[in-house]
Design a protein around this ligand. Structure first.
Ligand code: MF3
Ligand code: CO
Length: 258
């Protein structure tokens, strides 16, 4: 069952997701050679609590940290550790919170210092594929119109999309129906109706789409050792089109008044 949200609920989800956006924005300023992902984890926990929210990932199915921090060939669900980031790395940071009874969920991949042109391209294409997916978030479209837009854009640039992890509905729970794959033919799956909220999260590999999960049972890495990027926004379906709940100030306020 897909749970649709009313105006007041969407407003609370905007608040939850704005907290996530602010945390990610702050973490972006801390990402540099020498920083450890454990430091990013404590910084995010402090900030989340200071803003009156609770971390949503810690303890979720036993996940041991506040953040998911996925470096280079790690795709998602990297567990923060004390290894310093190096110049030329890329790091995907995924943040989730509970606030006023609702969840916020968003992820961003950052370059550490100066990175290669190939990695810059991977980050650009992955971010752009998220926005290609978001463009499909209009009343009457179907879920797989999002999936297909993401896949077509990514593969058109010679990269591949991960199949084993998907986007999801979000609301009172972190993961609600429907699943939002990053691949598939258009015109399939549930129709989008006003009040649905979807976390759209392309995971894009520089080489093949295959994955492995490490012995820690969480960290997903590319099977072929290529690098991987991940961008995620929580997006509401409105009569005026997509409302990106996890975008920092300007853009979302614009869609609010649109
Ligand atoms: N954004 C990810 C997701 O939606 C993060 C979940 S990590 C977990 O699946 F620890 F909470 F599982
Ligand atoms: Co998510």
């Amino acid at each position: 069952m897909i749970i649709c949200k009313g105006k007041a609920e969407l407003q609370k989800m905007r608040e939850a997701n704005l907290i996530v956006a602010r945390v990610l924005n702050h973490l972006g300023t801390l990402v540099q050679p020498g920083t450890t992902t454990i430091e990013l984890d404590s910084a995010s926990e402090k900030l989340i609590l200071k803003m009156g929210a609770q971390p949503a990932f810690k303890g979720y199915h036993g996940y041991p940290a506040v953040l998911c921090a996925s470096v280079n060939d790690q795709i998602v669900h990297g567990i923060p550790n004390d290894e310093p980031l190096k110049e030329g790395d890329i790091i995907g940071l995924d943040v989730g919170v509970h606030y006023k009874g609702y969840c916020g969920d968003s992820a961003w991949t950052f370059p550490v210092g100066e990175v290669s042109d190939d990695l810059k391209h991977l980050l650009e294409v992955t971010k752009e594929s998220l926005y290609k997916g978001i463009e499909q978030v209009t009343v009457g479209n179907r879920v797989s119109d999002i999936s297909s837009a993401v896949q077509t854009f990514v593969e058109g640039h010679g990269f591949s999309v991960v199949r084993e992890f998907v986007g999801h509905g979000i609301g009172v729970s972190l993961h609600e129906e429907p699943q939002v794959p990053n691949y598939g033919k258009p015109g399939q799956g549930p129709r989008l109706v006003e009040g649905m909220v979807l976390a759209i999260e392309p995971m894009v590999n520089s080489q093949g789409p295959g994955i492995k999960v490490l012995e820690d049972k969480w960290t997903a890495v590319t099977a072929d050792g290529g690098c991987s990027a991940h961008f995620e926004h929580s997006v509401a379906v409105t009569e005026n089109g997509p409302w990106i709940l996890s975008e920092l100030e300007e853009l979302s306020e614009r869609s609010l008044s649109a």
